[in-house]
Design a protein around this ligand. Structure first.
Ligand code: NAP
Length: 327
C-alpha cells in the first residue's frame, strides 16, 4: 500500500529484528512508515520476510522470553506490534536505489518506483552455507544444522554430544570455543592445514581438552533423516572419504551482507561489503539514509543488537525528518 501523496516519509527496507523495531519506533512517532519486507523465496535469501530468524528454531537469548520462543513466532510478534501502530507493509524486493534524487527513488521488483524522503536499510546478512541439499534441509527443520552456535549451541539436544564446526576463521574459533562448554567433543573441520583465525582465538579453542581439529577436510554430505547423525568428509589432499558421527553441525564460513541492491547507489560500504556507518550513529554517508542491524554489523549479529540498531535508525530518521521540515 503506497502513500496517497506519492512520496513516503520513511521507507524501511527489510523485516528482521532491526527492520521491525525501526518500524515500531517510527510508527509510534506518527511517521506512518512503509516497510518493504521482501518476498518468500525457495532458497532463503537475505530479504526473506522476517530475516534470518525464520531459519532458526528456538531463540533462548532474547530478553523477555524466559522460556524461549520460536524464531518465526518472534518475528510474527514484532510484525504485529509494528502494524498495531500503523506500519504499512509491501511484500516486494527493492532491486535498485537512486539516492542522488530527492525524494529518493527505490526501484522494486513488482511495485515500480517507491519515492521516499528518508530510508532505513535493514536488510540483514545471510550466513554462508556449504551448499549441500541435506545441509539446508536439516537447517530449516531444526535438525541439528545451524549457522549460529551462540544462538543454538546451548540447546539441550547438543549437551554432552559430539559436535562439528566447519571453517577456519575467527567465527569458527569463537563458535567452537563456545561449544566446548556443552559438547563432549568439538571437531573443527577445515579445508586447509592452517587456520586464518587470529592466534589468540585459535589458542582459546585449542587449549580446551575436548577440542579436536580435522585438517584438510571438507563436508560432502550431511547424514540423518530428521536429526543429523553424522557428516561425510572428504580429504582435500588424498581424496579419501570418511564418516564422522556428530549430533550437531555448525557452519561458520562467513556471512554475506544483503547489499547487492545498493550497488551504484552511492552508499558507502566497508571492505567486507557491510554498510559503513558514522561512529555511534545509524547515519550512512548519504543524508536521510540510515541503516541498522546485521547489514551494518559484522561483529555482534544478534537479534537483540539488531533490534537496538533498528531503534537507533528510527530515532535518527525521525530527528532528521523533523530538522528538514518533513512532517
Ligand atoms: P572468514 O574470516 O572469511 O573465514 C571463513 C572461513 O571459512 C575460512 O577459514 C575459509 O577457509 C572457510 N570457508 C569459506 N568458504 C568455505 C567453504 N565453502 N567450505 C569450507 N570452508 C570454507 O569469516 P569469519 O570467520 O566469519 O570472520 C569474518 C570477520 O569477522 C573476520 O574479519 C574476523 O576476524 C571477524 N571476526 C572477529 C571475531 C573476534 O575478534 N571476536 C569473531 C568473529 C569474527 P579458508 O581459510 O581456506 O579461506
Amino acid at each position: 500500500m503506497a502513500s496517497t501523496t506519492g512520496v513516503e516519509k520513511l521507507v524501511i527496507i527489510g523485516s528482521g529484528p532491526a527492520g521491525w523495531t525501526a518500524a515500531i519506533y517510527a510508527a509510534r512517532a506518527n511517521l506512518s512508515p512503509l516497510s518493504i519486507v521482501g518476498v518468500p523465496k525457495q532458497d532463503p535469501g537475505p530479504v526473506l520476510p522476517g530475516g534470518q530468524l525464520m531459519l532458526t528454531t528456538e531463540v533462548e537469548n532474547y530478553p523477555g522470553f524466559e522460556h524461549g520462543v520460536m524464531g518465526p513466532e518472534m518475528m510474527g510478534k514484532f510484525q504485529a506490534q509494528a502494524e498495531r501502530f500503523g506500519t504499512r507493509i509491501m511484500g516486494d524486493d527493492v532491486v535498485r536505489c537512486d539516492f542522488s534524487k530527492r525524494p529518493f527513488e527505490l526501484h522494486t521488483q513488482s511495485n515500480g518506483i517507491v519515492r521516499a524522503h528518508a530510508v532505513i536499510i535493514a536488510t540483514g546478512a545471510t550466513a554462508n552455507w556449504i551448499g549441500l541439499p541435506n545441509e539446508m534441509r536439516l537447517a530449516t527443520m531444526g535438525g541439528g544444522v545451524s549457522a549460529c552456535a551462540v544462538c543454538d549451541g546451548a540447546l539441550p539436544v547438543f549437551r554432552n554430544q559430539p559436535l562439528a564446526v566447519v571453517g577456519g576463521g575467527d567465527t569458527a574459533m569463537e563458535e567452537a570455543s563456545y561449544l566446548t562448554k556443552f559438547a563432549s567433543t568439538v571437531y573443527v573441520i577445515h579445508r586447509r592445514d592452517s587456520f586464518r583465525a587470529s592466534k589468540i582465538m585459535q589458542e582459546r579453542f585449542l587449549s580446551r581438552p575436548n577440542a579436536k581439529v580435522l585438517w584438510n577436510k571438507v563436508v560432502v554430505d550431511v547424514l540423518g533423516q530428521d536429526k543429523i547423525s553424522g557428516v561425510r568428509l572428504k580429504d582435500t589432499v588424498t581424496g579419501e572419504e570418511s564418516t564422522l558421527d556428530v549430533k550437531g553441525l555448525f557452519v561458520a564460513i562467513g556471512h554475506t551482507p544483503a547489499t547487492r541492491f545498493l550497488k551504484g547507489s552511492g552508499i558507502e560500504l566497508d571492505d567486507a561489503g557491510y554498510v559503513a556507518l558514522r561512529t555511534r550513529s545509524s547515519k550512512t554517508n548519504i543524508e536521510g539514509v540510515f541503516a541498522g542491524g546485521d547489514v551494518a554489523d559484522s561483529t555482534y549479529r544478534q537479534a537483540v543488537t539488531a533490534a537496538g540498531m533498528g531503534c537507533q535508525a528510527a530515532l535518527d530518521a525521525e530527528r532528521w525528518l523533523a530538522a528538514t521540515g518533513v512532517h
